[in-house]
Design a protein around this ligand. Structure first.
Ligand code: PGA
Length: 250
């Protein structure tokens, strides 16, 4: 059975609650009736309630960009999975390369966060991907295998039914350089094979693997037409309603 694509907006550290509502006022009419793909918006934490409210009655997901693995406690500045669920979140991005690069996220913290997200019933979007130097040294497959093996450690196929993985080659994020559909598809095959080993073949077959890294309205069709690519995680081009709607409707 064909996997339903997920088109997710990663707003990173952009937009206030008011700007998020303005975005949705413009965006919703543009995607009205669009049911071919699933859509999710991942704004900064402080925008989550406003986005949930503006999307009431719509079948569009709302995701956070991070979470902490503990339920509660003395962890200044952190937000738990249960708190995200309580404000109406459905999705959460885990292990984005910017968090790995600037905030010390490791495969081990990704694994703990993934366990917490799944236990809370959130749909996790786990990010993996190689940096340029790794690609140029022929290490892409090794990096993807390691990130998947460690990230998925101890998780059963049953638990992981909602799991989404995003392949985001770091050299393509915010750089305007996009992986070709072939490069992405090759990476997706490696990721799916690792997921099959870690979870089960059936779960891996149904699992969506998104591509992220400079997805734009003019390259979305070529990428999304590739059988191995099950959606997109879109940064810069998701900040403008017309541009994100054009990507969603590739
Ligand atoms: P980009 O970001 O679309 O701006 O390259 C993608 C991401 O980081 O998720």
């Amino acid at each position: 059975m064909a996997r339903k694509k997920l088109m997710a907006a990663n707003w990173k550290m952009y937009k206030t609650p008011q700007q998020a509502q303005e975005f949705l006022r413009a965006f919703l009419p543009l995607v009205e009736g669009h049911s071919r793909d699933e859509i999710a918006i991942c704004p900064p934490f402080v925008c989550l309630p406003a986005v949930v409210e503006a999307l009431a009655g719509q079948s569009i997901g709302v995701g956070a960009q991070n979470l902490h693995w503990e339920k509660e406690g003395a962890y200044t500045g952190e937000v738990s999975a249960g708190m995200l669920v309580a404000v109406g979140c459905t999705h959460v991005i885990i292990g984005h390369s910017e968090r790995r690069q600037y905030f010390g996220e490791t495969d081990e913290t990704v694994n703990r966060k993934l366990q917490a997200a799944l236990a809370a019933g959130l749909t996790p979007i786990v990010c993996v991907g190689e940096v340029l130097q790794e690609r140029e040294s022929g290490l892409t497959e090794d990096v993807l295998r390691r990130q998947c093996q460690r990230g998925l450690r101890g998780i059963s196929g049953d638990q992981a039914r909602t799991l989404v993985i995003a392949y985001e080659p770091v050299w393509a994020i915010g750089t305007g350089k996009t992986a070709t559909p072939q490069i992405a598809a090759e990476a997706h095959v490696v990721i799916r094979a690792e997921a099959a080993k870690a979870l089960s073949k059936a779960v891996a077959e149904d699992m969506r693997i998104l591509y992220g890294g400079s997805v734009k309205p003019d390259n979305a069709k070529a990428l999304m037409s590739e059988r191995e690519i099950d959606g997109a995680l879109v940064g810069g081009a998701s900040l403008d309603p017309k541009s994100f709607a054009a990507i969603v409707k590739w």
